[in-house]
Design a protein around this ligand. Structure first.
Ligand code: PLP
Length: 395
């Protein structure tokens, strides 16, 4: 009666969602304060004041139709112009309103971009680099293309360039990167970006076709220790940026982001037109109208990253001192921890016996690790140490 693939997708909950639901059930039994839920990446730092201020101003000064009506399918022109000016001032680039397509968050940005780029379903391949955001596989399959996985560099969680080189074939259409990374929390180094750009240029020449780099950047501003995420098209011209305000402005439920197709991208006009077509075909036209204007009023603002930094230090130091092997995160709000047994699913099950909810990284393409999401109350982190110690003592 219905699509088999869609039915399967709808009936199978993600591991993260499963743990989150389990946490809520446990909270009802043992009390919320005794459950240490590190499963989900829902921002806990409030949206910056400018969000509320802009909303109030818009509500008080604009006509209903101006804030709640349809905008252009690709997003309000003034908002896109504002985005271009902000990016030009911040990254010294030359963008225009028509390089931007406003979307319902990074999920829509990626789904649209992949659909727009896939010319030969069944043949075109997109490469993802472990550990990766599990939904990439869903989005690539939705476009009809094939998923190719490059295994994780478990030494420093950058990119194994030799493995990436082997993964690139004449059918490769694009490569998705995500830095700061979910789930590892790692930011790609200058060397990684240069090596990646050189490899992609070499392979594009070899196969005489553009290889598109899709930079998924929902955590671009969530960085620590004075790190700054550069403008990736400055390293590699054929870069399309998929952005979201879900994390930077703590607005995941408002569904807002954009696709940026700079002019440096080969066939940029055709790609932008195909992006508009894919948006139309997927029903992702006219992203939430009022929130388009809210982000225009908040350009350059972010939620208070210092609060995440406090959690990062607390958790990283606490677990390291207990003898857990953790990857030092310099972005996003995740800590990637080596499981104390080979099977991270078993390890996560054992953690549950102490009401400690950590996500096995198998679905992120990196078995043997768990992801700890630290966008939580710092008091919960402090209370959780006893449970982490008991878990450690099991091994
Ligand atoms: N990409 C990555 C790496 C993410 O972590 C997420 C959400 O957690 C998304 C994309 C989807 O973001 P959005 O809520 O903006 O659709």
């Amino acid at each position: 009666m219905v699509s088999k693939e869609m039915y399967e997708l709808g009936s199978k909950r993600s591991v993260i969602r499963d743990l989150f639901e389990y946490g809520m059930q446990q909270a009802a039994i043992v009390g919320r304060e005794n459950v240490f839920d590190f499963s989900i990446g829902n921002p806990t730092v409030p949206a910056p004041e400018c969000v509320k201020e802009t909303m109030l101003k818009l509500l008080e000064t604009s006509k209903s139709q101006e804030i709640h009506g349809y905008t252009s399918a690709q997003g309000d022109f003034e908002v896109r112009k504002g985005l271009a000016e902000y990016m030009n001032n911040t990254y010294n680039c030359q963008l225009k309103a028509d390089n931007f397509y406003i979307t319902c968050g990074a999920a829509a940005s990626l789904t649209i971009t992949l659909k727009a780029l896939t010319k030969h379903p069944e043949e075109d391949e997109f490469i993802i680099i472990a550990p990766y955001f599990p939904e990439y596989k869903v989005f690539i399959k939705n476009a009809g293309a094939k998923v190719v996985v490059v295994p994780a560099d478990t030494e420093n969680f950058q990119i194994k360039m030799d493995s990436l080189e082997k993964a690139i074939t004449p059918n490769t259409k694009g490569i998705i990167i995500n830095s700061p990374n979910n789930p590892s929390g790692v930011v790609y180094s200058e060397k990684t970006l240069n090596d990646l750009a050189n490899l992609l240029k070499k392979k594009s020449e070899e196969y005489n076709k553009p290889l598109y780099l899709i930079s998924d950047e929902p955590y671009r501003e969530i960085v620590y220790d004075d790190i700054q995420i550069p403008y990736i098209p400055a390293y590699y011209e054929n870069t399309i940026i998929c952005y979201s305000y879900s994390k930077s402005l703590s607005l995941p439920g408002e569904r807002l982001g954009y696709i940026l197709v700079p002019e440096s991208v080969e066939n940029d006009k055709d790609i932008y037109t195909a992006v508009c077509g894919a948006g139309r075909s997927l029903g992702y036209v006219c992203a939430p109208s009022m929130f388009q204007k809210v982000v225009l009023g908040c350009l350059g603002k972010t939620s208070d990253v210092a609060l995440y930094d406090t959690n990062r230090k607390l958790l990283y130091d606490g677990l390291n001192n207990m003898g857990y092997e953790c990857v030092k995160p310099n972005g996003a709000f995740y800590l990637f921890v080596k499981s104390l047994e080979e099977n991270a699913v078993n390890f996560s099950e054992n953690a549950k016996t102490f009401n400690l909810l950590v996500v096995p990284a198998d679905d992120f393409g990196c078995p043997g690790y768990v992801r700890i999401s630290y966008c939580v109350d710092p008091e919960m982190i402090k209370r959780s140490f006893d449970a982490f110690q008991k878990l450690k003592d099991l091994y």
